[in-house]
Design a protein around this ligand. Structure first.
Ligand code: PA5
Length: 440
């Protein structure tokens, strides 16, 4: 791993050479890897001609002052900032925000962020009881500007803010992110005089985490957004400059995952970070992978697990259940970190192994033990090592999975950028709503 590179990927324990008969044969791996060459060529071409704006974001800096200025506006005004939106309009921001908020509020003097990506009325009742709306701002994000959930959230929040601060001042509480085209969200936001920022039409919802969609919430939370792009840039650069597919970590990852699916019928891909700060990253990955690849009867099921928590929930199945899963265990360099188990309180001989150890020692040992046990059971296991969890590492991991997803789609011969099946449910929802009585 070059100095400062965001992570190290090790795939030896996915291959038959590493774990025996249940691993991917070298021949199948090499065949899948060779096939990724076409995807890499396509990525290079689309980077050069600007055809895939996602690939230009990591090197872009001129949009950051605007993002930071708007973030500062909300940081100065608000105690709480509510992010409205769903799917790709929410999960990237949530993954980034988890870097700074472990559930007790953000570090530093940032407002608390709340990502509301559902329309459960109970949650919104709680929200309105929990925050002071006069000191609460809203970021409404919808690429299409028409998603039913987001429109419902937006209009209900707008009404609540009007009730609290009055019609004149309500718009000050909102920033709207949507495509620069006519949409109902844009029309309403503009009528009210809200600030509307453009969602790049060339960047799909779930590919938008490195754009203002993820970076505005991140900047409000006080994260270094340039650093997020720096990490993404390092990973993208590795892939774009790879002369052979084996020099691209995302190509290697895609070849292993799709190779295992083809050769061994392994249809589930478990991502298990040993880091609470990467817990939401796992949820982000789940959506990216599922919505991009689940097409034409193809695709693998992404599962997010969390170490150590899921050792006490899922790992029995992972070790001894059906051989239908591959694992990606993300290990952080956490040995020697955190508070110590005080030896004087842990003098009972049964606690000798813990006495004087730091919490990070246990976290580290458990992560490595889980990975090793999976390997011993002949379960294909990829390791991702990170030496820290910060903005650059997160940006790097996000870019890795953007690329791995696009390359996997090439191997599966599906379009990673559409989601036709989801549309059916949206149409049916409108039909059901049409039949329900209005209570106004
Ligand atoms: O990744 C996607 O394209 C989807 O998950 C969308 O982000 C999600 O449906 C929300 O769409 P929109 O941003 O248009 O409201």
């Amino acid at each position: 791993m070059p100095e400062g590179y965001p992570y190290q990927q090790i795939i030896g324990s996915c291959l038959a050479d590493g774990i025996g008969e249940h691993g991917l044969s070298r021949a199948a791996y090499e065949a899948a890897l060779a096939e990724t060459a076409g995807a890499l060529q396509g990525l290079r071409a689309r980077h050069d001609d600007g055809g895939l704006p996602l690939l230009r974001l990591p090197e872009t800096r001129d949009d950051l002052p605007g993002i930071e200025a708007r973030a500062e506006y909300h940081r100065e005004r608000a105690d709480d900032v509510v992010i409205l939106g769903t799917g790709g309009s929410s999960l990237g921001g949530q993954a980034l925000y988890a870097l700074t908020d472990a559930g007790f509020g953000p570090s530093g003097h940032a407002p608390r962020l709340h990502f509301l990506d559902n329309v459960d009325p109970h949650t919104f009742d709680h929200l309105f009881r929990a925050v002071d709306l006069a000191k609460t701002d809203f970021i409404a994000i919808s690429k299409s500007g028409s998603t039913a959930e987001t429109m419902t959230q937006f209009l209900i929040c707008l009404a609540a803010v009007v009730e609290t601060v009055g019609r004149e001042r309500a718009a000050d509480h909102f920033t709207v992110i949507t495509e620069p085209k006519d949409s109902v969200l844009r029309r309403i936001a503009e009528e009210w005089g809200m600030l509307v920022l453009d969602h790049d039409p060339g960047i799909g919802g779930r590919y938008a985490a490195l754009s203002l969609v993820g970076l505005l919430p991140a900047a409000i939370a006080g994260l270094d957004v340039a650093h997020i792009r720096d990490g993404a840039h390092q990973v993208l650069h590795q892939t774009l400059s790879a002369r052979r597919p084996e020099a691209s970590d995302p190509a290697v990852g895609a070849a292993v995952g799709i190779g295992l699916w083809r050769e061994k019928g392994i249809g589930t891909s478990v991502l298990m970070p040993y880091s609470d700060r990467l817990g939401w990253f796992g949820m982000w990955y789940r959506q990216l992978w599922a919505e991009s690849l689940g097409k034409d009867g193809k695709g693998t099921l992404p599962v997010r697990a969390l170490g150590t928590t899921d050792q006490h929930s899922q790992v029995q199945l992972y070790l001894a259940g059906p051989r239908d899963k591959m694992f990606t265990v993300v290990l952080t360099d956490c040995a020697g970190r955190g508070r110590m188990v005080p030896p004087e309180l842990a003098s009972d001989p049964s606690l000798a192994y813990l006495a004087g150890r730091q919490m990070g020692d246990l976290f580290d040992a458990e992560g490595r033990a889980t990975a090793e046990t999976l390997v011993r059971h002949g379960r294909p296991t990829r390791l991702i090592h990170v030496d820290r969890v910060d903005e650059a590492v997160m940006g790097g991991l996000m870019m890795h999975w953007f690329l791995e997803t696009i390359i996997a789609a090439h191997l599966l011969k599906v379009d990673p950028f559409d989601q036709p099946a989801v549309e059916e449910g949206k149409i049916l929802t409108r039909e059901h709503l049409g039949k329900m009585p209005r209570r106004a």
